[in-house]
Design a protein around this ligand. Sequence first.
Ligand code: SF4
Ligand code: FE
Length: 491
Amino acid sequence: MALMTAQQYIESLRKMHTRVYMFGKKIDNWVDSPMIRPSINCVAMTYALAQDPQYKDIMTATSSLTGHTINRFTHLHQSTEDLIKKVKMQRLLGQKTASCFQRCVGMDSFNAEFSTTYEIDQKYGTHYHENFKKFLTMVQDNDLTVDGAMTDPKGDRSKSPSQQSDPDMYVHVVERRPDGIVVCGAKCHQTGSVNSHWHIFMPTISMKEADKDWAVSFACPSDADGLYMIYGRQSCDTRKLEGCPIDVGNAKFGGQEALVVLDHVFIPNEYIFMNGEYDFAGMLVERFAGYHRQSYGGCKVGVGDVVIGAAALAAEYNGVEKASAVKDKLIEMTHLNETLYCCGIACSCEGCRTKAGNYQIDLLLANVCKQNVTRFPYEIVRLAEDIAGGLMVTMPSQKDFESDLEVGKNGETIGDICHKFFAARDGVSTEDRQRVMRFLENMCLGAAAVGYRTESMHGAGSPQAQRIMIARQGNIEGKKKLAKDVAGIKS
Ligand code: SF4
Ligand code: FE
């Protein structure tokens, strides 16, 4: 099958029987839910841009499995150039949506699974790599969206999976049958889960022998029997239900996270990629996290571009764009944003071939990339708020600007009064001003702040997870040797 169009993707979701719950109720037509649809539009953009000839090189690739033209979101990276194109694609999508477009978690899990299953098979003579290749060929040929599901609820963090009082705190095997396994558990804050056709489940931490039943990885359709999702809410999300798109800030696009529950789900053998090989759990986690930490050097940079643009517009509308203090803040925002991009590109350039043949990023640089992402977007939104002024959080609603209720002594309406007092520079409409202020509000502390701020902190692993990897990869012993050599220390 050829690449799907955005419309075909949306229609394909309607054919699924995905079970979605929100606000304590089952949502049957979730595709058209105003709460969910912006996140679907966002994934649809990954399909739409792949159809656009001007983005062909960045959005599509030639499959290493079939030779077919595929969406880059389903590609196994074949070179450092592919790794760089991945980051560029993510920056582009961030620029077009100003949101989390969700499809990267699948792409990152494909590349981590491809190399890890190969190495498991080498050690144990298993057939996971063939299983995975078959699965990925199906994904590529049907241009599917897949959620890469890693983060377990974890319960008591001081205990391993097998020590938890509730074994479901980590996804685990509850029954082994000749034709497959039965699994239970859940994955938390799963990006794009509702909008995905399939899920790939992976362990979330390194494991020991006692955790064997938790060392499990597999693929499963999003509407499999026993699988359901409880939708995560976001700051100011019910603004989407008010019928005032300006107040939403970014009414068209948005991110999505959900709790994904596995209640005795049967997984046939052909979709299993790890089943008890606990000594490979850490490798899979490290590789997936590494790829996703690289990803943030693209997606968050693209979103940052839009935030910087909005701050510059806000300054212009106020007539202060020539003020040196404003210019300097925009320079600082750009410097921070491009530093993140440098990290995304650098860890791609320094990538290397895995034993299985696909390419992996430089793990140290990818972790440095994500560590910076846990900080710089916060400074970028601080500066954006500084430039925008308090109006971004105090402006009356779209309904006030549109109101014809008379309140003035000369018959002025609420709308007239709002337009009068929220006018700024001549030639700038108050509606444009509302739009840019509400957009910045949304990015800095509304629903989009989930994707730009808190996801920058905790997505792809919280800051401490990167610091552990930086400690492991930083080669302090090698650096001590350098110092000794230069300083003439013999001991
Ligand atoms: Fe993609 Fe970024 Fe969202 Fe992760 S946070 S899925 S990398 S857009
Ligand atoms: Fe993320």
